[in-house]
Design a protein around this ligand. Structure first.
Ligand SMILES: *Cc1c(COP(=O)(O)O)cnc(C)c1O
Length: 359
């Protein structure tokens, strides 16, 4: 019985890509070397670095005045890096907190400047307050938000209007799941391990005019200006991760691009949400319809006993990593790009059968 991985991250990767990486692992091309053995100063690695960048630039139509960086430190590293690179302009930044990841980002940024919370504090992250209610500061160095809250399943279905203030987005868990206009952003970042590769590489797309003003305390490895100047080769990059994400970018391109990923995401997530909504309360999703995540679907079952049983039975059918985040409980199904429609249907069929036998 095949395993179906619904984990939130590290998460399922396209099998074709893993097979290719396996074939090429010991000897890459005609280099006689594995990617993990190559000097990052070699022309072989420079080609990999450039090709991964170029493919990403093509599939997202990244404009020429943006740099693509491959860093380390994960999403959490970028919580600090964003503040240290951008806060210098005015010393204050706006944070739109819509879930636990943006809450953590705001807390981290407060070490480096003044953080203004754009919407009132809450613990119940099930909605995005309407833009008319946001308390934006026109003097902010940037406006920060999390495009998809992985734990709470809250996703922006639009790009926030920041009125000329540079917009910063944490896209760790929905990066490359849909097309978007890069030119609306100042900085976009994403840890690879949710939707585009192995943990260890962190993607940053930064508008060039925002470079050049890091706080003096900013470590070199987090300094976007230095990393951009040196084409992500200032120090040893996460070479295997850069190679692997490059293969994932090519896979997306071959499958039909981010437009196709969006089509799949819509089909997969709506089949799960429909099952929840048509269950007469057997299943429930607390998140408002307008901001339900296409990537991470948190839901509850009538009783906690049934939730335990659901997880156990799912596991016995090969469906793993469906347990909700420890902070919210219940069930969470993550449907990243590599999770297929067929696999999602298997989950949906199981949800229907489970409901029938336990109503
Ligand atoms: C997982 C995640 C993070 C944290 O990533 P790390 O690489 O573990 O630091 C940040 N933001 C979002 C939206 C995430 O899903």
């Amino acid at each position: 019985m095949p395993t179906i991985n619904f984990g939130a991250g590290p998460a399922k990767m396209p099998e074709d890509v893993m097979r290719q990486a396996q074939r090429e692992f010991v000897f890459y091309g005609n280099t006689g070397l594995s990617v993990i053995e190559m000097s990052h100063r070699s022309s072989h690695y420079e080609n990999i670095n450039q090709s991964s960048q170029d493919t990403l630039r093509r599939i997202l139509k990244v404009p020429d005045n943006y740099k693509i960086l491959f860093l380390q430190g994960g999403g959490t590293g970028m919580f600090a890096a964003v503040a240290m690179n951008l806060m210098g302009r005015t010393g204050t930044a706006d944070y739109l907190v819509t879930g636990s990841w943006s809450a953590k980002a705001a807390k981290e940024a407060a070490k480096y400047g003044k953080v203004n919370l754009v919407v009132p504090k809450t613990n119940k992250y099930t909605e995005i307050p309407p833009p008319e209610t946001w308390n934006l500061d026109s003097n902010a160095s940037y406006l920060y938000y999390c495009a998809n809250e992985t734990v709470h399943g809250v996703e922006f279905q639009y790009v926030p209007e920041s009125n000329g203030v540079p917009l910063v987005a944490d896209m760790s868990s929905n990066f490359l799941s849909r097309p978007f206009d890069v030119s609306k952003f100042g900085v976009i970042f994403a840890g690879a391990q949710k939707n585009v590769g192995p943990s260890g590489v962190t993607l940053v797309i930064v508008r060039e005019d925002l470079l050049g003003n890091p706080l003096p305390i900013c470590p070199l490895v987090f300094d976007f200006t230095v990393m951009a100047q040196d084409n992500s080769l200032h120090n040893t990059p996460p070479t295997f991760g850069v190679y692997f994400t490059g293969l994932v970018f090519k896979w997306i391109e071959e499958k039909g691009g981010v437009e196709k990923m969006a089509e799949w995401a819509e089909a997969k997530s709506s089949s799960v949400y429909d099952t929840i909504d048509q269950s007469n309360g057997f299943y429930s999703c607390p998140v408002n319809r307008e901001c339900r995540s296409r990537m991470n679907i948190p839901f509850r079952i009538k009783t906690e006993e049934l939730e335990q049983l659901f997880l156990k039975e799912a596991q016995s059918k090969g469906m793993i990593q469906l347990k909700g985040h420890r902070s919210v409980g219940g069930i969470r199904a993550s449907l990243y790009n590599a999770v297929t429609l067929d696999e999602t249907n298997t989950l949906v069929q199981f949800m229907k059968e489970f409901m029938k036998s336990h109503q």
